[in-house]
Write a protein that binds this ligand. Structure first.
Ligand SMILES: [Fe+2]
Ligand SMILES: [Fe+2]
Length: 274
């Protein structure tokens, strides 16, 4: 049955989603707290998804920061390779429905790799998180994991959004082509650098290689460049810290047909905050 709220909001049956790239540290969290309500209103956003793997101190996510992001207006969190940094996250992943960790960790890992988000006035939305293997930890195959998950998701859930947390562009593109027409969106995270390739693939899957980040702009991936330069030049371990200064919020905004789940449009989104 059609969603009255979605129909009323846009005059057609579609769901408008903002997916934010990796949120980095307190600066990223605070900027969202101050601005997300306005952003939602300005763009008539129905649902906000965000990758939270760097939201606590730049590496990892604590349950406290996750709650803070939910109260800031993020509806659902995806994560990535840094999700295991804070031990309180293990129980949080098991108990909280609005968060997923990469699905291709071996069986027995806390939490879940996909979840169905249900909210009054919106169709059910499956969110799936997988980790790439190229230049990353060798986990189970994300392509095989996706095939299994697509069998498991109830047929009635037509909107299916994949966060592919991966390093290599080729791996991200390959997964998107494999899933074209079978999921609503394949969106990359992890590199923290927004790509200029948002498009709807021929069979109706929205794709973007990397959403970018929400964090300090004058930085290496959100962190202060100085210790990172030292590490590259001297080769010794350094203590990294979240950078200061102006913030950039980045992600993608996309429209999905709420009955078929197909993408109608996608565009990169970003906003500078002095
Ligand atoms: Fe990240
Ligand atoms: Fe990552």
């Amino acid at each position: 049955m059609e969603s009255e709220a979605a129909a009323g909001r846009h005059g057609s049956l579609c769901v408008k989603i903002l997916f934010l790239g990796d949120i980095v540290g307190r600066p990223g969290r605070s900027a969202l707290k101050r601005n997300l309500d306005d952003i939602r209103r300005t763009h008539c956003i129905d649902l906000v998804l965000a990758n939270g793997e760097n939201a606590s101190g730049g590496i990892g996510l604590s349950s406290k920061s996750a709650r803070e992001l939910f109260s800031a207006g993020v509806d659902f969190l995806t994560t990535g390779n840094h999700i295991w940094k804070f031990k309180d996250m293990y129980a949080f992943l098991n108990n909280e429905e609005r968060i997923v960790r990469p699905a291709n960790y071996p069986a027995g890992a806390p939490g879940k790799g996909w979840s169905v988000f249900a909210q009054e006035g919106l169709p059910e939305i499956a969110v799936i998180n997988v980790l790439g293997r190229t230049y990353m930890q060798a986990l189970d195959c994300p392509f095989v994991a996706l095939e299994r998950i697509l069998e498991e998701i109830p047929e009635s859930v037509r909107i299916r959004i994949v966060d592919f947390h991966a390093e290599a562009t080729s791996e991200k593109q390959a997964l998107a082509w494999m899933l074209d027409g079978r999921v609503s969106a394949v969106l990359g995270t992890h590199t923290h650098v927004q790509t200029n390739d948002a498009r709807v693939l021929p069979q109706g899957t929205a794709y973007m290689t990397d959403l970018g980040m929400c964090g300090p702009q004058n930085s290496c991936l959100g962190m202060d460049p100085e210790p990172i330069i030292k590490r590259f030049v001297g080769g010794l371990p350094q203590r990294f810290r979240v950078a200061d200064g102006p913030i950039i919020l980045q992600g993608a905004i996309f429209d999905l047909d709420d009955s078929s789940g197909a993408a109608k449009s996608i565009s990169a989104w970003s906003m500078h905050i002095g």
